[in-house]
Ligand binder design. Structure first.
Ligand code: C5P
Length: 222
């Protein structure tokens, strides 16, 4: 039986991709399966936490005993997170939020009348960076999916977004990243520590991440 070390801790996890509509039938999205975030939500619940899972569209079943909030776009995810922030001690942002969305959403299906079509995109809000700017006593954990300069890029995110921990994974490596059951991660901390983890099941990695959250919470309390 897993010890309930996170009993009394309110954890909000985001998971999955976001989906940005172009018109009533088309959208922009990414390859995120939601597996990592769902595993974190499940393992947090097993450790006794009160868990809210804010999820973009996925094909997997959410864990039992978790409050599930379904969203589509980055803007909806931002609202769902912000509404619940007051009642949250730890935010773990495993979602692959779309960086851009179509500037205009067509009210009707776009017809194929021209040889080429340009869709103008505008930047989505960075939800995690916004949380970092009003962090309070909350613990913030981010993910960094990179294909080059993993540790350096992840370190920049930790600083810039004011995070306590970044889970960095090289998504170009086999057995890591999108839509597989395993991941190869490095954990970065504010004091400059980098913990290199071997390839492991996402479920197991979720457990390791939550053990660190327990310690970070312990530091916060003590
Ligand atoms: O996209 P990026 O690599 O900067 O993502 C790093 C972290 O920031 C992830 O935890 C992701 O969920 C979060 N993020 C966010 N809002 C965005 C982009 C990323 O919360 N618009």
């Amino acid at each position: 039986l897993t010890p309930k070390r996170l009993a009394g801790t309110r954890i909000l996890v985001t998971a999955g991709p976001t989906l940005e509509e172009i018109d009533p039938v088309r959208f922009i999205s990414n390859h995120s399966s939601g597996k990592m975030g769902y595993a974190i939500a499940r393992q947090a619940r097993l450790r006794g936490a009160e868990v809210t899972l804010v999820t973009g569209p996925t094909c997997i079943a959410p864990p039992l005993g978790v409050d599930v909030v379904r969203v589509q776009s980055a803007q909806q995810m931002r609202e769902a997170v912000r509404e619940r922030l007051e009642k949250t001690d730890v935010v773990i942002k495993a979602a692959a939020v779309a960086d851009y969305r179509p500037k205009l959403r067509a009210g009707n299906k776009v017809k194929k009348e021209t040889e080429s079509l340009t869709i103008e995109l505008e930047k989505n809000p960075d939800i995690l960076a916004e949380l970092g700017a009003c962090k309070g006593k909350r613990i913030l954990v981010g993910f960094a999916a990179e294909t080059q300069d993993l540790v350096r890029n992840a370190g920049v995110k930790l600083e810039k977004k004011n995070l306590d921990m970044v889970v960095a994974n090289d998504v170009s490596q086999e057995g890591a990243g999108f839509n597989v059951d395993t991941n190869i991660a490095k954990l970065l901390f504010r004091d400059g520590r980098v913990e290199e983890l071997p390839i492991m099941e996402k479920e197991e990695l979720a457990g390791v991440i939550l053990e660190h959250v327990e310690h970070l919470r312990g530091g916060e309390r003590g």
